[in-house]
Design a protein around this ligand. Structure first.
Ligand code: PLP
Length: 523
């Protein structure tokens, strides 16, 4: 990083002038360099004028700060520019396509935001008297109705706050159901290799022993291997469908029947429900519990640490063990069923997942999304997401190895491997090359069952023209990796930062400017 002179200018290459592509400021036209706020703001400058503090007796008992706090100070325009410049170095769904796989929904219709911000939804307090939040309860109740209807299940727990949280909810209900039957000995959860990584983590966290079930050469669950492992110690299975290879599990019904016969339960990871919504009802496939990531299928973009919501739908068998509280309709009134008011039917409930009801803003967005699409629109969501992924798959399979392409179409995401790249070139080089092309890279090195995996999920909201442009860039970068073009090894060349030591950045993040020994920072 360049040094800053007294006036705050950072001449990166003052000796370079006309004819050079380097600039005095380090900026490249609209791509503006931006130092850390500590490097431009000083303690002495500030956009705020505080009056002298009235002198009086301190009540801090000797704990007063002895030295200046050393917060960087900037004027208001400088502060606004600093953060605006930083924000422009981000990639965003409002700038272009996000090919990330296993993330599903990225577009978030503005209508949903409008609805979620209505004061009757945005400003309610979880401890408000029930009579004052009837509209909010009606939204939760209606959304619950549609989730149960779309999945063909019996009930839904709305409160879990993410996909993984929903998994925990479903697995705790399974544990409660087994315990109620006196089957404490069922301690093993089977998890196919093609499951999402959160599945085995959840089962282990809930105290189960996790055992792998191998995948077939086609990337599906090996039904025979699964059947052979069933027995009196099996609590259930956790199956991701569509799985992390972007494939539908055609044997799910046969798997459910076999697991039920052996006395276990079937947990389905339905995070990516958008690939099958309106086409397949998991209830018909014998699923006992499944979470739906509202933030992947029913609006609210995934990622960025924003709120998640992972309602869990239950079969009739697991419903008595579902968590509290939930909203119930009584005539034209909505009530909250809690521990004190739960009847005998819910006496088996395993407890609570969260203190209150769940994510009101996400419920409002999801219901808005569902109602604005209607039944036919939701079905089209599934069709278009699958069509778009297959379009990418077929457009790429002659330049990149597509391990499962021969066994038929994919679902909502297309997967490629690093087979056939030039010696010394890897998936990472393709990802970095895509940054130069102006794209956020696809998901890389996941799932683990595919070597050097590249998982691309365009989603239903991208047009053919947008896909064609992405495919053009992806093909070009893939071809460079196959031809072993040396420049690709040091991509990105046009991004604000070059290739970083990501392992070091993850293992030793430098979070405090003051204490940062420069050599330890990733750049
Ligand atoms: C995203 C995802 C999860 C985890 O959901 P979070 O909301 O991130 O906890 C679980 N399973 C699958 C298949 C997913 O795609």
């Amino acid at each position: 990083m360049s040094t800053i002179n007294q006036s705050g200018w950072r001449p990166t290459s003052p000796e370079k002038g006309e004819g050079s592509s380097d600039t005095f400021t380090g900026n490249r036209a609209l791509m503006l360099e931006e130092p850390l706020i500590f490097e431009i703001g000083s303690n002495e400058t500030t956009g705020v004028d505080f009056g002298e503090a009235p002198s009086g007796k301190s009540r801090l008992g000797g704990l007063e700060r002895a030295k200046p706090i050393n917060l960087p100070g900037l004027s208001e325009p400088e502060a606004v520019r600093h953060y605006t410049r930083l924000s422009r170095q981000n990639y965003a769904i409002d700038l272009g396509l996000f090919p990330l796989g296993s993330c599903t929904m990225k577009h978030n219709p503005r209508l949903n935001e409008r609805m979620a911000r209505l004061p009757g939804f945005a400003d309610v307090h979880p401890l408000q008297p029930v009579d004052t939040v009837q509209g909010a309860f009606e939204v939760i109740h209606q959304l619950a109705h549609w989730l149960v209807t779309l999945t063909g299940m019996h009930s839904v727990a709305m409160s879990p706050k993410a996909g993984a949280h929903g998994e925990l909810c479903g697995i705790l209900a399974i544990r409660a159901a087994l315990d109620a039957k006196g089957q404490q000995a069922r301690k093993v959860i089977l998890v196919p290799e093609s499951a999402h990584g959160t599945n085995p983590a959840t089962a282990a966290f809930a105290g189960f022993t996790v055992e792998d079930i191998p995948a077939t050469a086609e990337g599906r669950v090996n039904l025979d291997a699964l059947k052979a492992r069933l027995g009196p110690d099996i609590a259930g299975v956790m199956i991701t469908n569509p799985n992390t290879c972007g494939l539908f599990e055609p044997d799910l019904k046969a798997i459910s029947d076999a697991v039920h016969e052996a006395g276990g339960y079937v947990y389905c990871d339905g995070a990516n429900f958008n690939a099958i919504v309106g086409r397949v009802r998991p209830g018909d496939l014998g699923v006992d519990a499944m979470h739906i990531n509202l933030h992947k299928t029913f609006s609210t973009p995934h990622g960025g640490g924003g709120p998640g919501s992972g309602p869990v739908v239950f079969s009739e068998a697991l419903t008595p063990y579902a968590p509290l509280p939930f909203v119930e309709r009584q005539g034209d009134h909505f009530i909250l069923v809690e521990e004190e008011t739960a009847g005998e039917h819910h006496a088996g409930s395993f407890g609570r997942m969260v203190a209150f009801h769940g994510q009101m803003g996400m419920f409002t967005r999801a219901l808005t999304y569902i109602l604005s699409h209607g039944a036919d629109g939701l079905r089209q969501v599934a069709e278009d997401s699958v069509l778009n992924a297959n379009y990418v798959l077929r457009a790429m399979e002659d330049v990149l190895d597509a391990p499962f392409a021969k066994s038929g179409p994919c679902m909502h995401e297309a997967i490629f491997s690093d087979k056939g790249l030039a010696e010394g070139f890897s998936t990472l080089d393709i990802a970095k090359g895509l940054i130069d092309e102006g794209y956020h890279p696809m998901t890389v090195y996941f799932p683990l069952v595919v070597h050097g995996a590249m998982l691309v999920e365009p989603t239903e909201t991208e047009s053919k023209a947008t896909l064609d442009q992405f495919i053009g860039a992806f093909r070009s970068v893939a071809a460079r990796a196959k031809n072993g073009e040396p420049a690709l090894k040091s991509a990105p060349h046009h991004a604000p930062r070059r290739r970083l030591d990501e392992t070091l950045a993850a293992r030793k993040p430098v979070l405090a400017y003051k204490d940062a020994p420069k050599a330890e920072a990733a750049e």
